[in-house]
Design a protein around this ligand. Structure first.
Ligand code: SAH
Length: 348
């Protein structure tokens, strides 16, 4: 078995591709040795492309109002215990002012699917940020929209778009989402985004309810073939006010294993050590970077709102997950041999 694992890892490092059943084998039969080996190869692949730089993005959670009812998500519309908020254009611009002064050169606007943020408003906000800070990249993570909407946002100056595919298996998708959401539309959105010219990010939760190793193999194959510029993965963490409250959380161990594999599939990919990874275990973020991740996204939202953007329980928003604590984050990254850099941080 050890031998087969080694052969698969060599093949992956060399050809950046495995078959579905090979991906599944590599995950299902993982050992401490295979994890160490993947990590070493991933770290050296990452080092060749990005040296020891870690890119930072300021995350602004612009609204927790959402018309969708994703079963895993704490801000799903049927969670009546969630205290809702939305930021104004002025709020968002002042987050950018604060972030710019702190050294951030990418702003990520994320939110629930809040109809208030129609194309006119969102385009106005994007173009105002780009006008004020032409040296910054703007990333959007605002869910599923029409092709026309994505085209307008791109024309307004948005550079990147994050839309996790959540799972590459249609049946699994339907277990995580209500029946009015469709796997096909999610995939349509991702294809449109890439086609329009956005640096596009997909991704999925590790250990989401009903997820199997075969599903994860499909996720990896999708990532391999779709060739996203970015990929966000983090452990699923249950939220008490959702139907998935009693499901187990994903693990740091498997998330890090998959980060190494994704780094080897696409050596140049922008791969964040996500907030979920940092939230589930002290030092999780650092483990992610040591497994091949090269991006961190501390929170730049107004302090009063952070607690309310609760996708899952115990989500971190202070300390090194806080943009204001950039010095602490820099120190922690330095302690593991890496360096936070302050430019836009585009994919190579
Ligand atoms: N409305 C936007 C942003 C969603 S929140 C969109 O649809 O893209 C960003 C990501 O958080 C989601 O894509 C999902 O993968 C993740 N997420 C949501 N609930 C979670 C949970 N309980 N545990 C871990 N990650 C979660």
């Amino acid at each position: 078995m050890e031998n087969k694992l080694n052969l698969l890892i060599d093949k992956l490092a060399l050809t950046h591709s495995l078959t579905l059943s090979e991906y599944e084998y590599l995950i299902e039969n993982r050992t401490q040795e295979s994890a160490d080996r993947l990590r070493e190869l991933a770290v050296s692949a990452r080092r060749e492309v990005y040296g020891n730089s870690v890119y930072i993005r300021g995350l602004i959670e612009i609204s927790n109002i959402c018309k969708n009812d994703c079963i895993y998500c704490g801000i799903r519309c049927s969670n009546k215990d969630c205290e809702r908020y939305r930021l104004t254009k002025e709020d968002i611009l002042s987050c950018c002012d604060e972030g710019y002064a702190l050294g951030f050169r990418t702003f990520v606007m994320q939110g629930g699917e809040d109809p208030h943020f129609d194309d006119d408003l969102l385009c106005d906000i994007v173009s105002s940020i780009k006008q004020k800070y032409p040296d910054c990249a703007v990333t959007l993570s605002m869910g599923e929209r029409s092709r026309e909407s994505y085209e307008r946002l791109f024309a307004a100056g948005a550079d990147r778009y994050l839309l996790r595919h959540e799972t590459a298996d249609a049946e699994h998708y339907s277990k995580l989402h209500p029946s009015n959401m469709s796997f096909l539309n999610r995939m349509r959105c991702l294809r449109d985004l890439k086609d329009i010219g956005f640096q596009t990010g997909c991704g999925f939760m590790v250990g989401s309810p009903y997820q199997t190793y075969a599903h994860i193999a499909k996720d990896l194959k999708f990532i391999e073939e779709f060739k996203p510029q970015m990929c966000g993965i983090g452990p699923f963490i249950p939220h008490k006010a959702t139907p998935f409250a009693s499901f187990a959380a994903g693990t740091v161990e498997l998330t890090c294993y998959l980060l190494s594999i994704i780094r080897l599939i696409h050596p140049t990919i922008l791969l964040p050590a996500t907030t979920a990874l940092g939230s589930i275990e002290e030092g999780g973020r650092e483990k992610g970077i040591l497994s091949g991740a090269n991006v961190v996204m501390p929170n730049l939202s107004p302090m009063d709102n952070r607690k309310k953007y609760e996708l899952y329980n115990n989500k971190l928003y202070s300390s090194a997950e806080s943009a204001q604590a950039k010095a602490e984050l820099e120190e922690r990254i330095k302690n593991i041999g890496y360096e936070v850099v302050c430019h836009r941080g585009d994919a190579k």
